[in-house]
Design a binder for this molecule. Structure first.
Ligand code: ADP
Ligand code: ADP
Length: 225
């Protein structure tokens, strides 16, 4: 989906605002990188999009709709969050992917089956998804957990927070590559990252002190620098 932030202000406490009337637009299906110094507001943007918190001022639109008027469950079905420290249920990978679909109807089961093909590509365990789908989440490595968390979403928007990721650069790149590949033109992918050397983003937003200080394609930003 498309994402619009309109003059969004947010503060965790009275003393200091985390986002200071921030505005930007992300077209549907694009891969966007949020970059900038630690504490700039990248993770806060992702948290507001998923409604962990609500904005103090301004508004956030997804596909033209104010997210405060969208049902929480609909928002959560359509937006996938891949947190820095992925938490999985201590249950099978299958359960972790389908935990939201316990009362699914036929159509949803059909969708989930289709998604499983995507899961197979994303999870991409060396010994295959099929052989490990019954394995318990806690036995997986950090990178594997993250890929399962990505796969359990069937989505319009994926938020990937690598701003303070503990993953090594190679794993991060693999995940970003797998994601931008599978989501091509369909799912909007928003990646918060501490480095500006992010893979093939269509748009880079530089976030500092709760504001967008620069934006453009990689080439445009290099020309300005
Ligand atoms: P980034 O992701 O760019 O590192 P954050 O969005 O985490 O930045 O932080 C933006 C500002 O909000 C910083 O001043 C940070 O200290 C503050 N902040 C972030 N998370 C919290 C929190 N849970 N409670 C209070 N302040 C927070
Ligand atoms: P902090 O401790 O820095 O304030 P949080 O614990 O709120 O941060 O969130 C850490 C990361 O985990 C964030 O990127 C957030 O989006 C994600 N996250 C937090 N709670 C959940 C949850 N219930 N489900 C999925 N992701 C979550």
């Amino acid at each position: 989906g498309s994402v619009i932030f309109e003059n969004v202000g947010f503060a965790y406490d009275q003393r200091q605002s985390a986002l200071d009337g921030i505005s930007f637009e992300i077209p549907k299906g694009k891969t966007v990188a949020l970059v900038g110094p630690s504490g700039g507001g990248k993770s806060t943007i992702l948290r507001l999009l998923f409604r962990f918190y609500d904005v103090n001022s301004g508004r956030i639109l997804i596909d033209g709709q104010d997210i405060r008027s969208v049902k929480q469950e609909s928002l959560r079905r359509n937006i996938g969050v891949v947190p820095q420290d992925t938490v999985l249920f201590n249950d099978t990978i299958f359960y972790n992917i389908h935990y939201g679909n316990i009362n699914a109807n036929d159509e949803e089961v059909h969708k989930a089956a289709k998604a499983a093909q995507i899961h197979d590509r994303i999870i991409n365990f060396p010994d295959g998804y099929e052989t490990r789908v019954g394995e318990r989440g806690l036995r997986l490595s950090g990178g594997e957990k993250q890929r399962v968390a990505i796969a359990r979403t069937l989505l319009k928007i994926i938020l990937l927070d690598e701003a303070t990721s503990a993953l090594d650069t190679t794993t991060e790149r693999q995940i970003q590559y797998a994601l931008s590949h599978m989501t091509k033109d369909r799912t909007t992918l928003i990646i918060a990252h501490r480095l500006s050397t992010i893979v093939n983003a269509d748009l880079i937003l530089c976030i500092k002190d709760g504001k967008v200080v620069e934006q453009g394609t990689h080439d445009e930003l290099i020309q300005k620098a």
